[in-house]
Structures are given as structure tokens and as C-alpha cells.
Design a protein around this ligand. Structure first.
Ligand SMILES: Cc1cc2nc3c(=O)[nH]c(=O)nc-3n(C[C@H](O)[C@H](O)[C@H](O)COP(=O)(O)O)c2cc1C
Length: 183
């Protein structure tokens, strides 16, 4: 049976990041035929178009990780009602030089969490705009705007059972979407 490689990109560098925790929980769920790996974005230099002719090794390695993946899941925080700069930088790095956009045609899933009432919804909406321009097919439903509070996690910070059920539904939908896009 075919195995699919899916890269996870977390839009937060914070050590105790809720989004990183969410990503780690996601990969603990049942996900037949999918092999997950993380791509780190915190060491990427700030994108500078002058570097297009000679990108650094860290940028080339990052692009290769994306190129090797069948799909991409973005688990993102919301900063000032938008995408954290570090994530936008990673998207820009992967999109250039012109004509060498590594994101194109990689089926994308977008999910995220925030303690704020909108659960990263506005960040995800902005992210979708960018991914569309980068030519990524995106899972539209179910949406996953997760407010990080006592309805989601227990006092010890572990996900509640109903949160896991919701995440499993989301992951099943992404997995179905990924396979449909690639076949
Ligand atoms: C610069 C900055 C801007 C933020 N803006 C928002 C915001 O627009 N909406 C929101 O819900 N939370 C906002 N927050 C709070 C974050 O959701 C919170 O810090 C969250 O823990 C970040 O995700 P993480 O835990 O994965 O790092 C902001 C935090 C920072 C540091």
C-alpha cells in the first residue's frame, strides 16, 4: 500500500507553543498510509530577493523537504489578526526564485489554535489567500478554528477526548483529500 509523506509546518517558534502541541497530538492519531515529519522554519534567514541567485544551504534544504513531501499541513498561531511573520517568511522562501515555487500542487491542510475567541480564524483566512496564490489545493472543510481553553484541554494541558475526536475527523478529511488530489 502506498505511503504518503506529509510535512507539518508550525507557525510559532515558542517553546511551549500550543500549536506545536496540537501538531504533536495530530500525529498521534490514527493516520494509515501517512508518514509525518516536521520542517523547521525558525532557522530560515529573512527572505531577501538578492539571495535568489545563491540561496543558502538552510533554504535549499528546507525547499528540498517540501519538494519531497506529498502534502503540507500548516498548524498556525495568529499574530495581530494575521499569519506570524516567521511563517510568511517560510512561504516566501519556498516560493522563489521566480519559477521555482516548491509549494505548487502540494495539497494543503490548514489548522490552528489560539487562546483568543476566534481560535486563529483570521490567521488561517490570510494563510489561505497566500496558499491559493502559491497554487496549493486546500482542504476547505471541516474548518478547524480551535480556541485553546478548558473546552479543549484538561487542567494538566492534555487534550480532552472530544477534542481528539474532532481532530481525528479533520485528519481523516485531510487524508481523503490528499489521496484524491494525488490519484
Ligand atoms: C505578537 C502577538 C500578536 C498576537 N495576536 C493575536 C491575535 O491577533 N489573535 C489571537 O487570537 N491571539 C493573538 N496573540 C496571542 C497568541 O494567540 C498566543 O500568544 C498563542 O499562545 C500563540 O500561539 P502558540 O502558543 O502556538 O505560540 C498574539 C500574540 C503575540 C505574541
Amino acid at each position: 500500500m502506498k505511503e504518503y509523506k506529509v510535512v507539518i509546518i508550525v507557525g510559532s517558534l515558542r517553546k511551549g507553543s500550543y500549536n506545536k502541541k496540537l501538531a504533536n497530538e495530530l500525529i498521534k492519531l490514527a493516520h494509515p498510509q501517512i508518514q509525518f515529519f516536521f520542517a523547521e522554519i525558525g532557522k530560515l534567514p529573512l527572505y531577501n530577493q538578492d539571495d535568489d541567485e545563491q540561496p543558502s544551504k538552510v533554504v535549499l534544504d528546507f525547499k528540498q523537504q517540501i519538494a519531497d513531501a506529498d502534502g503540507v499541513i500548516f498548524v498556525t498561531a495568529e499574530y495581530n489578526r494575521s499569519i506570524p511573520g516567521v511563517l510568511k517568511n517560510a512561504l516566501d522562501q519556498g516560493s522563489r526564485p521566480y519559477g521555482k515555487n516548491v509549494w505548487a500542487q502540494k495539497p494543503a491542510g490548514v489548522i490552528g489554535t489560539s487562546p483568543g475567541a476566534m481560535g486563529s480564524a483570521l490567521s488561517q483566512q490570510h494563510l489561505r489567500n497566500v496558499l491559493t496564490f502559491l497554487d496549493m489545493p486546500i482542504l476547505n472543510q471541516p474548518e478547524a478554528f480551535i480556541q485553546w481553553n478548558e473546552n479543549i484541554i484538561d487542567k494538566q494541558g492534555n487534550l480532552l477526548e472530544r477534542t481528539k475526536v474532532f481532530l481525528q475527523k479533520w485528519l481523516d478529511a485531510y487524508s481523503h483529500f490528499l489521496k484524491k488530489q494525488l490519484n
